[in-house]
Write a protein that binds this ligand. Structure first.
Ligand SMILES: C[S@@+](CC[C@H](N)C(=O)[O-])C[C@H]1O[C@@H](n2cnc3c(N)ncnc32)[C@H](O)[C@@H]1O
Length: 280
């Protein structure tokens, strides 16, 4: 009996199996349709939000910069092939050794105004130490076809504000064939291997540098920024400062000094067309 009962129950269950399966499939189907509807709804919402944000950004951009393309400082490498320099490096062990053996405070420049250089060291040293890596106060834009790209203010910048430190590669200037377009004079020092010889060093920001390499030239009277030497940790730094109020959207300019244009004329026999440097 017991075995019969068991067999009857088993039969009953077997006869119900297709209905059970159908019911299960039905439930799964309903669940899937519900899920697909939900996903579709949320995708539509995300798309709506995205297109609103995009159109808002585009509208603001168009209003503020009609017909102009501007680049964030994060695009230094992808657009301009400039590797971002968070600090200055030496091009060779020779330069590094020379700088390690010099004493900034004994240099002619420092001795000309000891008090002022001490002040700069105290005031700007901590900023140099902290660095300017995530500075969003600027963007890069074509200034003009003749001058090339320039650096522009993303925000209003007050007078006497630190813009940044000009970093790049410390290079041995060898007269006649050094391209000085993106170079600042760093100093002239006795060669430790031959004290009778002097070594002229510059900071070159051409391929390894910061957005400061985009600051174009104007004569001192018209330039809204200036550069100054700051001694810190027994090294020289070139720090850019604003000379006057720089309203949002305006270009930053600095005077390169007369030597720059003389040196440029000696090493270049072509007109300034720096925008060509970024063409493919
Ligand atoms: C430090 S770079 C400035 C960034 C450069 N405009 C660029 O697009 O890479 C210096 C070069 O910019 C150009 N430049 C800067 N100021 C200029 C000016 N006032 N007149 C003509 N060319 C200028 C010259 O080609 C110069 O050698």
């Amino acid at each position: 009996m017991a075995s019969n009962k068991k067999s009857v129950d088993a039969n009953a269950c077997q006869s119900k199996t297709p209905i059970c399966k159908l019911a299960c499939y039905g439930v799964i189907l309903i669940f899937m349709i519900f899920q697909i509807t939900q996903i579709k709804k949320s995708t539509e919402i995300v798309n709506d939000i995205g297109s609103n944000i995009r159109s808002e950004v585009c509208e603001t951009y168009q209003e503020e910069h009609p017909n102009e393309k501007h680049y964030g400082i994060s695009e230094l490498e992808s657009i301009f092939s400039v590797k971002y320099a968070s600090k200055t490096v030496s091009e060779s062990a020779f330069i590094e050794n020379l700088l390690n053996t010099m004493n900034v405070t004994e240099s002619e420049r420092y001795q000309q105004d000891v008090y002022e250089y001490q002040r700069r060291n105290n005031q700007y040293g901590p900023l140099i130490e902290r660095g300017f890596d995530n500075d969003k106060r600027f963007y890069i834009k074509l200034s003009s076809k003749e001058v090339g790209y320039g650096l522009f203010a993303n925000v209003d910048i007050l007078p006497n504000t630190v813009i940044g430190a000009y970093h790049g590669t410390l290079t041995h200037v060898k007269s006649g064939y050094t391209n000085t377009d993106y170079a600042w004079d760093y100093g002239t020092f006795p060669n430790p291997e031959n004290p009778e010889e002097n070594v002229e060093i510059c900071i070159d920001g051409r391929t390894y540098g910061t957005w400061l390499r985009f600051v174009n030239h104007k004569e001192d009277a018209d330039a809204n920024c200036y550069a100054m030497y700051v001694p810190y940790n027994n090294r020289w730094y070139i720090v850019y400062m604003t000379r006057k109020f720089v309203p949002k959207g305006s270009e930053l300019f600095i005077s390169y000094g007369d030597n720059y244009w003389t040196a440029r004329a000696e090493t270049h026999n072509y007109e300034a067309e720096p925008e060509k440097a970024y063409e493919n």
